[in-house]
Design a protein around this ligand. Structure first.
Ligand code: AP5
Length: 255
């Protein structure tokens, strides 16, 4: 598969595009990272910055389900994906089998030359076990699991102020990262909206799912020597710098 076909395949499967110069200087030693943390803590914000810095592919399972939701009316969704959209809108976790199939479908890409940032996956112990199997099947190992932490009231503040672009998916915050013009995306001029699952009742369900199913992954990866804890206090840029410096021994930027 040529590099161009590789990237086309990635984007076709719902992967987020990476900088256009990445092909020219793809690192020989790619970074392979998981981002862990409560809903709204800032994983997507950091994943965007880290994927640019490491020229790594960013896979957000949430983005794949949101893209499916946006295309629902056009038809063509598998029954599993259609059901997944329902779980997402209610704030519940999508069943493990559906999420694992989605990641397994992308396994060749995870083993590719760019490395990857998994944002929102795995979220349960069975998903983490399945990921181990998928990665060992393609002879690939994780470098680190970045676990972001923040008091719950600050997380809720971030979630309730989030506004997302309908067109390009860029994320803003009404106070911490406002767009230049109210309600309009700086990058593409698209309309900004409040995600259905950012409404208070749904946020409560998401937080419960996080506490019950995802938080135990902190111990899971700690026991495997992969966990790196990072406090998510401060601005997005400060957290990014902190992340880079904490993982610099595991994944170097210059290779
Ligand atoms: P997903 O999209 O993964 O949602 P999430 O984990 O709840 O995470 P979010 O996208 O809400 O938040 P984030 O941590 O990325 O924060 P962000 O950077 O946007 O999943 C959605 C749903 O899909 C799930 O509920 C589930 O139904 C389903 N799903 C997905 N994966 C699944 C899986 N593996 N298994 C089962 N189901 C799955 O930041 C939030 C806000 O804060 C933004 O406004 C941002 O601008 C702002 N912000 C960021 N950093 C800062 C900062 N430092 N200071 C101030 N504000 C900040």
């Amino acid at each position: 598969m040529s590099m161009e076909q590789f990237l086309q395949a990635w984007i076709g499967l719902g992967g987020v595009a990476i900088p256009t110069d990445a092909q020219a200087d793809a690192p020989r030693r790619p970074a392979r990272l998981i981002l862990l943390g409560a809903p709204g803590i800032g994983k997507g914000t950091q994943a965007t910055r880290l994927s640019t810095a490491y020229k790594a592919l960013h896979l957000s399972t949430g983005d794949v389900f949101r893209a499916a939701k946006a295309n629902k009316d056009k038809g063509g969704l598998t029954p599993a994906l259609e059901a997944a959209v329902g779980y997402m809108v209610r704030g519940e976790l999508v069943p493990d089998d559906t999420v694992v199939d989605l990641v397994r479908e992308r396994r060749a890409i995870l083993a590719g030359p760019y490395g990857f940032l998994l944002d929102g996956f795995p979220r349960t112990a069975p998903q983490a076990d399945a990921l181990n199997g998928i990665l060992s099947g393609v002879n690939t190992k994780l470098d680190a699991v970045l676990s972001y932490t923040l008091p719950i009231d600050k997380v809720i503040e971030r979630l309730s102020g989030r506004r997302t672009c309908k067109k390009c998916n860029a994320s803003y915050h009404t106070v911490a990262m406002p767009p230049k013009k109210d309600g309009v995306c700086d990058k593409c001029g698209g309309e900004l909206f409040l995600r259905d699952d950012d409404k208070p009742d749904t946020v409560r369900v998401r937080m419960q799912a996080y506490e019950a199913s995802t938080k135990p992954l902190v111990d899971y990866y700690q026991q495997r020597g992969l966990l790196v804890e990072i406090t998510a206090e401060g601005t997005a840029d400060e957290i990014f710098e902190k992340s880079l410096s904490i993982i610099k021994d595991r994944c170097s930027l210059s290779v």
